[in-house]
Each structure stands twice: as C-alpha cells, then as structure tokens.
Design a protein around this ligand. Sequence first.
Ligand code: A3P
Length: 392
Amino acid sequence: MDMRGFILFRPARNCPKNVLCRILLIGTFLLTLSFLSFNDRILFVSGWSTSKNSADNHHSKFPDFGHHNRNLQNILSYDNGQLHRQRPDQRTRKSHNKAHRLVTNWNITLTSESSQVEVPRERDKESSVAEESKRGRRLPRAIIIGVKKGGTRALLEFLRVHPDVKATGPEPHFFDKHYHKGLDWYRNLMPETLPHQMTIEKTPSYFITKEVPSRIFKMSNSTKLVLVVRDPVTRAVSDYTQMLSKHGKSKSFQSSAFLRNDTNKINTSWIVLRIGLYVKHLENWLSVFPLKQIHFVHGENLVTNPGEEMRKVQNFLGLRTFITEDHFLMNKTRGFPCIKKTLSSKRGHCLDESKGRKHPNLPETVLASLRRFYHPFNARFYRLTNINFHWT
Ligand code: A3P
C-alpha cells in the first residue's frame, strides 16, 4: 500500500471500506478525545479555562514556570483571596468552587517547592502596589454609637488591633454637633485606609440624639452599628465620677438624682439617669434601622472576657477573627484588661487613667432605688434585643 498517498490524499474516499484505515481513524479520534479531556482537567483545576481576561494579562508578568505551573499559580492566588478583583466568567466561577475544594490538598505539595512558593509573593507585591494607589479617606462603614461610659473607648482600642480596621482618634460628633459641615468635612476626619480596610468611628452621644439614626441612614443604609451597654446603675455612677473629675466638687449624686432628696422620687430629667433608659433610645434607632444591623456588646463581659466579646464583634462586622484572648492581659492592679504587646500589636498598652476610675461609695438605699427604677426599662430592653444582660 502507498502509505503516503493513503495518509495525505485518499482517506476520505477509501477509508470507509478499508479496515486498517478505520482503526487508524478511530484511534486518532480517541487520542484527540483523551488529550482534550486532560487539558480540560487542568483548566478546570485552574479555574481559568477562558483565557482572554485580565487575569491572563496579569500572568504574563509572572516568570514563566510552564503551562502546568501557571495553573498552579492560579490556585495559589485563589487561596490568597485575590480573585474577587478579577471577576471570573460563568464557566470559571463554577470551576472556582471545585478548585477551592482542591486547594487544601494541592497546597501540601506546593509549599514544599520553593519556586512555586515565590509566585504568590510576587503577586502579593503587585496587588499591594495596586492597592496602595487606592489609599484614601473613606466614610465609616461601622460606628460605635454608644453608650457613654459603657466601655466605648476600650472597644475602639481593641478593634484597632485588627489589621483590617482603621479608627478615628477623637470623637467626630458629626451626626449630632457638626452635621451642617457636610460629609466632606466628616470624611476628612477619617484616617487613610486601603480598600479592604474598614473605617470605624465612635461617638457615644449618637445613641441618645434623636436625629442621628436617620442622618446615618442617609449617609449609608448599610452602616453597621455597635452599642456597648453596661448596667445603667453603674453607668450612671461612672458618668457622675467623670463629672466630678472634670468639674471638681459639684452637687452630690443624691441631690441631682432625686427630687426633694426623696430616694423614691427619681429625677428623670437628669441626663446622667436618662442615658440609662436604653430601651427608649433603642426604640428611636429601630424606627430607622433593623435590629440585625445593631450589635450589642456586653460591657461587663468586655472587661472580664474581652476575647469572647471581640470575637462576636469581628463576626458582626464581617472581619476575619484576628483579635482573640491572646491579645489581652488582665492588669490585676487596675482590674481591667490591657492590650498585650504582640507582633501585630507592637504598642502593648492599658487605657489611660480616665478609664477605670474609682467610683465614690454611694449608700445602698440610693443604689437600690436606682435598680428599682431601671428594672422595667431593662426588662423591655432585654425583650427588644433578645439578650438578657443579667443586670440586677
Ligand atoms: P469607669 O471609668 O467608670 O470604670 P467609655 O470609654 O465609654 O467612656 O467607658 C469607660 C468605661 O470603660 C470605664 O468606666 C470602664 O469601666 C470601662 N472599661 C471597659 N474595658 C476597659 C479597659 N480595658 N480599661 C479601662 N476601662 C475599661
């Protein structure tokens, strides 16, 4: 048989009748099929089977480790959480889910090979340069709205330990005192952040100011709100202690708290007591925001178990859990947790002397009267929040 003629010119005409030709054709067909399916497997693992997208352009900047390794690069960068910026098309999105399941197993091999370990670092460098160019001041995505003397400063300082959080220093008081200055003024008070970081501010007086909820809602209806609450009786004493330290000797607690010095007649117009009517203020917020958009931090627990409270806060804010009990050290002299010096939090510190002051001793009759006063309001607050804070 003239093989050259057979292969080059005659297959189409003679093949159906020639047995050897049929075998060859079927064989070629099967070979092509298996090659295609192998190729598809690689593409499915990489998640980038359609190639004309930005990620492919990006790949051209990497050193060429060959086709197989390029696909491994994709897995690594997926694992590094980079893909959200490179919108995959329909097909690749499906593949991502599968690829994600494979990532853990694949990484075991990958980490043992130094050349492949270099890849994500290179990529990290590039993406961090790109991110750096987007550094700027952003409006807060979360606000600690109160309550005054609840432990708001401690909460903000603790949150600052998180690498994905940036917080203001002083209280901005934008939504209650400086609203007329406009959002640009407000934004300028914010620290510079990278796109993935969350800006947070705290102004405890927001919680008790009627107009604030709708103003925050107008800025962004997805703003996350955090409220630290503490037993309203100790909160009131703490507030009074602060007044004493700021204004020197002033009226006694009793003379402001009770009408005509009668411990049964509470002076409900005294702001120090009014702030503790949490349910009243919360009702105002709930007329604007849904309950699920407000996270309640248990003030007492923030002192005794900061790790647990911070886990819940991070979860609510959609942050990865970074701050844990390992970040705190109980200062026995002060009776409050301080932030430990760690690699991530280089500035280990306690809150300053204005936090955790010694309270004046008030007669038991005064405290009992305040507890009676707050009791029904607390009960309503527990019902509204679905949380029992166990204040006596
Ligand atoms: P006292 O000073 O009455 O003890 P705010 O920051 O909202 O003004 O709250 C101050 C309160 O935070 C303090 O009130 C203190 O009880 C509480 N606090 C919570 N954690 C703290 C911490 N780690 N260090 C100091 N004070 C803390």
